[in-house]
Design a protein around this ligand. Structure first.
Ligand SMILES: O=P(O)(O)O[C@@H]1[C@@H](OP(=O)(O)O)[C@H](OP(=O)(O)O)[C@H](O)[C@H](OP(=O)(O)O)[C@H]1OP(=O)(O)O
Ligand SMILES: Nc1ncnc2c1ncn2[C@@H]1O[C@H](COP(=O)(O)OP(=O)(O)O)[C@@H](O)[C@H]1O
Ligand SMILES: [Mg+2]
Ligand SMILES: [Mg+2]
Length: 318
């Protein structure tokens, strides 16, 4: 664990949506950080940023052009204030092609990304032809290209056959659905601090189900991993399945997290990882999110405060 600060206060300004403030800036975090020398100070979005502060560091999750402009101006005026993270580094995670391209380039053993093809809104090629060109077979998941936090950026469709393709609205990516036993691993990263948790996911699809002629061509869903197991009719058996699922090796999780952090040049993110049901050593990253819902991680207050204290120590060295 990181040491506390020797009597000095470290001032962190935060710029977050009201919804994010209510889920992340919990009293438990603010108090824990305060006790260790870190003050978390709200940035007033109705006032110019350059009139606020002083801050040693700014953390933020806002994507609009106006905020970007304010941040740029602020950084020019306050070159010693750390901005965690720079807007241009976050950009890569707002597009479901670039967020996985870089993972592929890391070439980590046993780590892959699912096959996928991007379909633009002005493409003349049929969706089926694009799938064939890339060697994609059903089932596939259709995901909106842009992942900017808007509700529709989480609107997914599981497409079971060719008829389902007609209901999709490009720009989208069509991604190979990988059977993974109904459980997803979410790896949260805050600087050097890494935690992996299990979460509910889509259940496996058998060849049999795929080949049964039913009326279902496409199943729409959104934010599946946020649904608590107890809301499910199969609650008890799901809880058992969850309990029994083995976590990925810690050394592997840490290696992937560290390599991703260095490549992205980001401090605050998480990634969703599946374990292939057929090949137990094969893991696939399917999603990478900027400044995710840390409050869902056990003892997130300690994790985040440790990170803030690390930043303060780094800052003090400069
Ligand atoms: O709200 P939460 O706690 O569910 O957090 C969301 C994340 O959930 P997770 O921590 O991965 O379970 C969520 O992750 P997923 O995309 O659901 O894997 C996103 O990071 C989401 O942000 P945005 O809507 O994409 O900007 C996050 O939403 P924001 O709180 O940042 O709006
Ligand atoms: N390639 C895939 N194979 C199997 N399940 C997937 C795949 N991609 C996504 N899923 C499921 O769909 C959920 C949402 O997809 P994800 O890409 O994580 O979008 P979001 O950004 O909305 O979280 C995942 O948490 C997982 O349960
Ligand atoms: Mg996800
Ligand atoms: Mg996401």
């Amino acid at each position: 664990m990181s040491e506390s600060l020797a009597g000095k206060r470290f001032l962190i300004g935060y710029a977050l949506s009201p919804q994010k403030i209510s889920t992340f800036m919990k009293d438990s975090l603010v108090i824990h950080a305060r006790e260790r020398g870190v003050d978390l100070i709200p940035i007033d979005l109705n006032k110019p940023l350059k009139e606020q502060g002083p801050f040693h560091c700014v953390i933020h999750k806002l994507y609009d052009a106006e905020w970007r402009k304010q941040l740029e101006e602020f950084s020019l005026q306050n070159p010693t204030t750390l901005v965690i993270d720079p807007a241009n580094a976050i950009d890569k995670l707002q597009n479901r092609v670039s967020m996985l391209e870089f993972v592929k380039e890391l070439k980590i053993e046993n780590l892959e990304t699912p096959l996928q093809v991007f379909i633009s809104d002005d493409s003349s090629e049929s969706l089926q032809d694009a799938m064939t060109r890339e060697g994609l077979r059903f089932p596939v998941i259709a995901k909106p290209l842009i992942a900017d936090g808007a509700a529709n950026s989480h609107q997914m469709s599981l497409v079971l056959n060719q008829n389902g393709l007609t209901k999709l609205n490009p720009p989208i990516v069509l991604q190979e659905f990988v059977n993974h036993g109904g459980i997803i691993f979410k790896v949260y990263v805050a600087g050097d601090h890494v935690k992996c948790v299990k979460r509910k996911s889509l259940t496996d699809i058998s060849e049999e189900k795929l080949n049964t002629s039913s009326s279902e061509n496409l199943i729409s869903f959104s934010r599946i991993s946020n649904f608590a197991a107890e809301n499910q009719s199969d609650g008890e058996s799901f809880a058992e399945l969850m309990e029994a699922a083995e976590m990925p090796p810690l050394s592997f999780v840490n290696e992937v997290a560290n390599r991703m952090r260095d490549a992205l040049k980001l401090h605050l993110f998480n990634f969703d990882m599946l374990r292939d049901s057929r090949i137990e050593t094969r893991y696939l990253v399917i999603d990478v999110n900027y400044f995710p819902g840390y409050a869902k991680v056990p003892e997130f207050e300690t994790m985040l405060t440790d990170f803030f204290v690390d930043v303060a120590h780094e800052d003090a060295k400069q």
